[in-house]
Design a protein around this ligand. Structure first.
Ligand SMILES: Cc1ncc(COP(=O)(O)O)c(C=O)c1O
Length: 462
């Protein structure tokens, strides 16, 4: 473990921390990690041991998870602090019914005549809504797509759209936890016994899955189903599946097929937003890959707020008042997004993350070569990398996690795409390294070094 920095908690405080883990709902099928975070700055957190002979001892832990990939500016960022303070002091709480100066500034900066994203999403073609989380953003995207089949005043099928009863999603996808999104997840584990989109019923919709990144499978699927395809929902880089990158040209080909078959293309950029070395993952050497709906989240809240944005073609509209949300681009949220995005741009953090990405690609590849019994592959770009576990390591994932933690680095482990069709190989759980944009090259090297030390200790137990 990295250097202890001493104990500063009372027994009562340690008990309180442990009790909180009992009261706080445990989403995992394992006991909670026996650590707590006391404070954090940048990518370093001051952690404390909650159990065992070292209970109460504090130590520094590098957080290479970015808080489920959301804290792009790291912890304790001064700009975010000032932005929040200013917003609380001055900007009010108006809802979407009343225009706000802060919201106007944000939307102008992004989508106005000189807007940062107006080439990709010109305001005459796209409109924008805010939600509280990635899942909610995807729910709204799905809703817009479903309602595109209706005359939304008379609530009847639009002539010619009745046959559009199928959504295409991808094996291994993760789009969020809420009920409406469950059919998009092809893993039985996530879906069984929970409601779906009522395929076969009037207005029902079925969701079908093909493997991600297989252009032949895509061509075959679209050739057979183009006239009933309502939409395709895609992550430009599959996150939960294990940081799976599509082959060059795949996303543009997908966009072309969608346009040709008049199916909406929905890009789930909740995770990829600002992590691929660019703002958007729907991008290739020819520039932006066009989409009909793009959902961004996680990093959008600068690690301070949970928020998402849905950028959709203007013709995509839901029935009146059906998708109102209390917190749609509130002034405070708009301020933090506005200031944070400006900061990322002014300090060149996206360019920095491209360099960081090349460095991590190199060092993580070396990690895999050093431990072929534990890791089988590494992939990624920008600040989004995955190191896939071997079957033997996957079977002892908890032990690996503990050793890595004790070496002084916190990373997440993603489920992996599991079984895939068309003879594609099984994708095991994958360690996700998604450090904040502000991570320095020296810190990135240190993260991989600590991963190496933790893995070495784990390997001795194999
Ligand atoms: C690709 C993707 N979409 C959607 C979501 C859901 O976002 P949230 O957890 O903010 O609801 C996630 C979260 O991990 C994600 O990775």
């Amino acid at each position: 473990m990295s250097a202890p920095v001493g104990s500063r908690l009372t027994e009562a405080e340690l008990d309180q921390l442990q009790q909180s883990q009992h009261t706080h709902y445990n989403h995992y099928d394992r006991p909670p990690l026996p650590f707590a975070c006391l404070s954090a700055r940048g990518i370093a957190m001051e952690a404390v041991e909650l159990t065992g002979p070292h209970r109460g001892e504090t130590f520094t832990l590098y957080d290479a998870s970015g808080g489920y990939g959301s804290a792009c500016l790291g912890a304790g960022n001064d700009l975010v602090g000032r932005s929040l303070q200013r917003a609380v002091a001055a900007s009010g709480y108006v809802t979407d019914e009343i225009a706000s100066l802060e919201r106007a500034r944000l939307l102008d900066r992004l989508f106005g005549a000189e807007g940062r994203w107006s080439d990709r999403f010109p305001a005459e073609d796209y409109h924008v809504a805010g939600r509280n989380s990635g899942s909610e953003g995807l729910e709204l995207a799905l809703r817009l797509v479903l309602e595109s089949r209706f005359d939304i005043r008379r609530l009847r099928h639009r002539p010619g759209r009745e046959k559009r009863d199928t959504i295409l999603a991808f094996e291994g996808a993760w789009h969020g936890w809420t009920q409406g999104l469950l059919p998009l997840l092809n893993r039985r584990h996530y879906r069984v016994g929970l409601p779906g989109l009522a395929p076969g019923e009037d207005y029902g919709v079925r969701v079908e899955h093909i493997p991600f990144g297989d252009a032949d499978a895509l061509d075959e699927y679209v050739a057979a189903n183009a006239d009933r395809l309502l939409a395709v929902v895609v992550e430009p880089v599959q996150g939960d599946a294990g940081i799976l990158l599509p082959p060059p040209g795949y996303l543009r080909h997908l966009a072309r097929l969608c346009a040709d078959s008049r199916a909406w293309l929905v890009a789930d950029e909740v995770l990829t937003f600002a992590k691929t070395g660019r703002w958007f993952g729907m991008h290739d050497e020819d520039g932006p890959v066009p989409t009909d709906v793009t959902v961004i989240g996680k990093s959008l809240g600068m690690g301070a707020l949970s928020t998402s944005m849905v950028i959709a073609r203007r013709e995509l509209r839901a029935r009146a008042t059906g998708t109102i949300s209390t917190s749609d681009l509130r002034p405070l949220t708009s301020t933090v997004i506005h200031d944070g995005l400006g900061h990322i741009e002014n300090t060149g953090l996206l360019e920095h993350s491209r360099r960081l990405g090349s460095r991590l690609t190199e060092t993580l590849r070396a990690l895999v070569q050093r431990f072929p019994d534990v890791y089988t592959d590494s992939r990624g770009l920008g600040v989004m990398h995955g190191v896939e576990l071997s079957g033997a390591a996957a079977a002892r994932l908890d032990a690996l996690r503990t050793h890595v933690l004790r070496a002084g680095v916190y990373v997440e482990f993603m489920a992996g795409a599991g079984k895939r069709s068309r003879g594609l190989r099984y994708v095991h759980p994958t360690m996700r390294i998604a450090p904040p944009l502000i991570t320095t090259e020296a810190e990135a090297d240190e993260i991989v070094e600590r991963l190496g030390e933790g893995t070495r200790r784990f390997q001795e137990t194999l």
